[in-house]
Ligand binder design. Structure first.
Ligand code: FMN
Length: 218
């Protein structure tokens, strides 16, 4: 019995040591020939200069360093109708008749990208509402055009609920044959204000490592 407890404690210690080390470290990445690749991020936050925008700017700095084109579409201020399961998008063109011209343009931009980032603040432990409304329609109607593009989820929280938001965003990729970029922790940066986020060193490194891993996948 004593031996068993010793083994359990040792295993726990080793796991904690490994997690502590991998999550805190900046990973190296070699210079890659990714110049001219296009990455698009959908920002579901209603605050264009808020925390989620700051999280995306951390990633954007890594992409710029590799001469990758990186654009952000801010959708969070829009009045976006959700999917009503009318199945009209099962037409030949895969067009959702309940998307506005603007939403259609966002989907077209996603289709032309080499990789897609979905970013959202956490609202009550999940994806922000307008973001979810858009993603449901975009992926239900146009998933075939997004398959096989690498995807990455970016989440901001004041405190808790990041994992559920992260999981929710990843669902769009993993049902659609999209390889998911990961990092050295789950892709979240935490705080109430941008100044708080700047203090979250582990969150910043996690996002930088995510960007490097996404580049590796391109
Ligand atoms: C309606 C609403 C619900 C929220 N729910 C949560 C939550 O469940 N957990 C949490 O940690 N923060 C929550 N927050 C805080 C935001 O997720 C957090 O401040 C986020 O970083 C804001 O990002 P933004 O500045 O890009 O909008 C909520 C904020 C709002 C407005």
């Amino acid at each position: 019995m004593k031996k068993r407890k010793f083994i359990q404690a040792t295993a726990l210690g080793i796991t904690a040591f490994i997690l502590g080390n991998i999550s805190g470290r900046l990973i190296k990445s070699d210079k890659k020939n990714v110049k001219g690749k296009k990455i698009i991020a959908i920002n579901g936050s209603p605050n264009e200069n808020g925390n989620t925008a700051y999280a995306l700017s951390i990633i954007g700095d890594v992409f710029r360093n590799e001469n990758i084109s990186f654009n952000i579409i801010n959708i969070g201020q829009n009045d976006i109708r959700g999917c009503i399961a009318c199945m009209n998008c099962r037409n030949e063109q895969s067009v959702c008749i309940h998307t506005t011209a603007e939403e259609k343009a966002w989907i077209e931009t996603m289709k032309t990208a080499d990789a897609v980032i979905l970013a959202s603040p956490t609202y009550f432990g999940g994806i922000a509402g307008s973001m979810k409304s858009f993603l449901d329609k975009a992926f239900y109607s146009s998933s075939k055009y997004l398959s096989h593009k690498p995807g990455a989820a970016v989440v901001t929280t004041q405190r808790t609920g990041a994992s559920m938001t992260f999981e929710g965003l990843n669902q769009y990729f993993t049902i659609n044959q999209m390889p998911v970029a990961s990092s050295t922790y789950w892709n979240n940066i935490r705080g109430l204000t941008v100044d708080d986020l700047k203090q979250d060193g582990e969150g910043i490194r996690t996002l930088q490592n995510l960007a490097k891993n996404l580049i590796d996948m391109l």
